[in-house]
Design a protein around this ligand. Structure first.
Ligand code: NAD
Length: 347
């Protein structure tokens, strides 16, 4: 068992506290929060709460510092903790820029301490189902993948709406959905085009649309929206032989594949301006429908891997180079939006 101190006992810090309590590989030592009200709440909850970051980092029993503060201070706390001899898990987004991330990686290399990020959505069942469909070949050659998360409440009214704290939906949700697809699709990205939304917030993005084109011409499209009163499907994936669609995080959806290309007697559908066979739905005898694979992932595997990586039993799953690639994709997206242009990249 490794001992963990959670720094930042807010929404996600509390989630980690509860989750560590159920873990078979890590144990909660205590928390540190800069806000005395959070310290008091922790103590009322029977949790050891340190009075300063130094007091927490000087606790020789601590093996891992888990950082769940707003995004702007991940770097300074991570680098400081590694220099004090602690292994570090940062919440996502790891930090705000690739330059900052380089400093964090350098601190890990200098100190020999593990440094990784809680990219927990690699264990989401909807993502793992899509990855399984992608890898199974059932759709034939895949040429388009669309990943969306939609809400209708605007950007949250906390630090997420402020630039100085590293707010904005690209850093909040974009980092997850880009990481997922980069872990699924092999090969390099050659083009990036992004447009950011400012519907409820001008300071940071409250959503975006992003297209990444891979070197084999596979197109991937990402959308985070916070002004979507009707949600589009969470996933939509097209191959030359079929299409998969997952409606939401619960994995409701279907896979429809062609069974018979020589379809006879297509019944046209009526459109406003006449009949069309091109857009007519296929008849049942020319297609086959498959269920979405049902996955039951265990997100505790994240901490299990961290502990084994500290003990040098297995490599860390969420690596520095993966983190850097996602960060560079996000930077390219911001640059594409700023210049209103498609960027040629080699990522
Ligand atoms: P929050 O505002 O609820 O909590 C942040 C806490 O950090 C607050 O209690 C605040 O007082 C404390 N804090 C601020 N600066 C500090 C400092 N310098 N030292 C110590 N404590 C400090 O925010 P949240 O929603 O819990 O988000 C925290 C982090 O978790 C963010 O990086 C966010 O992106 C991440 N997060 C990840 C997921 C996920 O699925 N992986 C989900 C939600 C949030």
């Amino acid at each position: 068992m490794k001992n963990v101190i959670v720094v930042g006992y807010g929404g996600m810090g509390s989630w980690h506290v509860d989750y560590i309590k159920k873990s078979d590989v890590v144990k909660l030592l205590g928390i540190y929060d800069i806000n005395p009200m959070r310290t008091e709440i922790a103590r009322k909850n029977g949790i050891l709460a340190y009075d300063s970051l130094d007091e927490a980092l000087d606790d020789a029993r601590a093996d891992i510092i888990l950082i769940a503060t707003p995004n702007d201070v991940h770097k300074e706390i991570a680098v400081y903790a590694m220099n004090k001899g602690k292994n570090v898990i940062s919440e996502k987004p790891v930090t705000l820029s690739s330059a900052d991330l380089s400093e964090m990686i350098a601190a890990s290399e200098k100190t020999g301490k593990l440094f990784t990020v809680h990219q927990n959505r690699r264990w989401d069942n909807d993502y793992l189902a899509v990855k399984q469909i992608f890898e199974s070949g059932v759709l034939g050659n895949i040429f388009n993948i669309e990943s969306r998360v939609h809400g209708s409440r605007g950007i949250p009214g906390d630090w997420r709406g402020k630039k100085e704290f590293g707010g904005g939906m690209m850093l909040d949700w974009g980092v997850h959905i880009i990481d997922q697809v980069l872990m699924m699709v092999p090969g390099k990205i050659k083009q990036v085009f992004a447009r950011f939304d400012h519907i409820t917030n001008y300071e940071v993005d409250d959503g975006f649309k992003l297209e990444l084109i891979f070197e084999n011409d596979l197109r991937t499209f990402f959308e985070v929206g916070t002004s979507n009163f009707i949600s589009l499907p969470r996933w939509y994936m097209q191959g030359e032989n079929g299409t998969a669609m997952l409606e939401d995080f619960s994995c409701k959806g279907k896979i429809v594949c062609v069974e018979n290309w020589d379809e006879k007697d297509v019944i046209p559908v009526k459109t406003a301006a006449g009949l069309t066979k091109t857009m007519a739905p296929r008849k049942d005898d020319s297609i086959v429908t498959h269920e979405i694979p049902q996955i039951d992932a265990d997100v505790h595997d994240f901490y299990r891997n961290v502990v084994k990586a500290i003990d040098k039993i297995e490599p860390q799953l969420i690596t520095h180079s993966q983190l850097m690639r996602v960060m560079k994709v996000m930077e390219a997206a911001f640059e594409s939006d700023r210049l209103s242009t498609v960027l040629s990249v080699d990522l």
